[in-house]
Design a protein around this ligand. Structure first.
Ligand code: MLT
Length: 302
């Protein structure tokens, strides 16, 4: 029998998510388990008796995993549970980078002469013209649950999909997505793809992996999508690549002072997993993992 306490008063889920506004109290030291979404736990004091932490999401970079390992605290994530939500936003990002949907909508909303808007609209067509993604080459860096789903959907939209993942063979990637036909090295992805999307975790090896050298190898006018983690991209090098036209559009789910409002950048405030379905899938998977661990001692990601 488990008791749940909500440590984050603004949480709507009632699942005891650990929020940024979490304050340590004595009562919380009784907690056996903590469920957390995006709150950064590195500077938080962990409940004294906690045995397990579950992250409702794929990345665990907001959890002090080294400290947890030292203390024998088990850490789970929820791989794949929000993959569809992220995939759909990535597809939307590719389309937004290709068609000036945002510019067109803003023009209609702000044009004052609403009475003649139909005639005026005809004159705007050229200004908002775009290109199609069908027939273009898409490079996917990281072929986990999200990368594989993006591959599948992009293929159905008529794109030619290339995948790269140092840990997954192209046969395994094929089994996952049934669509990645071309095995390519990272350099080949950089030099041949019109769109590049990153789906790797943030680690010491991947931090700033998209650096000046990587940008130099990319095609002129490439569209880069980053719905994984902002620190994967060296932002000084990104700004240079945007200014020179090397990168036509940078589409990201991570807002910060460098990217916010900058021309050539489309940015959303970390919405990839913010769908009803993804939130529920992550919450349910996290609770099952915790329960299975506390009741049966099982340690496995579902
Ligand atoms: C993830 O790592 O899966 C996302 O950061 C989840 C989220 O947006 O909460």
């Amino acid at each position: 029998m488990f008791q749940y306490k909500c440590l984050n008063p603004i949480s709507q889920t009632g699942l005891g998510l650990f929020g940024d506004d979490y304050k340590q109290t004595e009562e919380m030291n009784d907690a056996d388990a903590v469920l957390v979404r995006s709150a950064k736990m590195h500077d938080m004091e962990l409940p004294e008796n906690v045995k397990v932490i579950a992250r409702a999401g794929a990345g665990v970079n907001n959890i002090p995993v080294d400290v947890c390992a030292e203390k024998g605290i088990v850490v789970f994530n929820t791989p794949g549970a929000n993959a569809n939500g992220v995939k759909e936003l990535v597809l939307a990002g590719m389309l937004l980078a290709s068609r000036d949907i945002v510019g067109g909508i803003e023009w209609v909303a702000h044009e004052e002469d609403k009475e003649h808007i139909d005639k005026l609209a005809e004159k705007q067509k050229k200004q908002f013209a775009g290109c199609e993604i069908s027939g273009k080459k898409l490079g996917i860096i990281g072929l986990g649950a999200i990368g594989a789903m993006v591959a599948n959907s992009a293929t159905h939209l008529g794109m030619e999909v290339y995948g790269y993942d140092p840990f997954i063979s192209i046969d395994a990637a094929w089994n996952l997505s049934r669509t990645i036909k071309h095995s390519k090295s990272l350099d080949e992805i950089y030099s041949q793809c019109d769109y590049i999307t990153i789906h790797v975790p943030l680690t010491d090896n991947t931090r700033k992996m998209i650096d000046k050298e990587a940008f130099t190898k990319m095609k002129d006018g490439v569209v880069l999508l980053n719905f994984a983690r902002d620190l994967l991209v060296d932002e000084d090098a990104l700004v240079e690549a945007l200014d020179s036209g090397k990168v036509k559009k940078y589409v990201t789910d991570f807002a910060n002072a460098t990217v916010a409002g900058r021309p050539g950048i489309l940015v959303t405030p970390h919405l990839g997993a913010s769908t009803e379905e993804s939130e529920e899938n992550c919450a349910v998977m996290a609770v099952k993992e915790v329960r299975d661990f506390l009741e049966n001692g099982n340690i496995k990601n579902s």
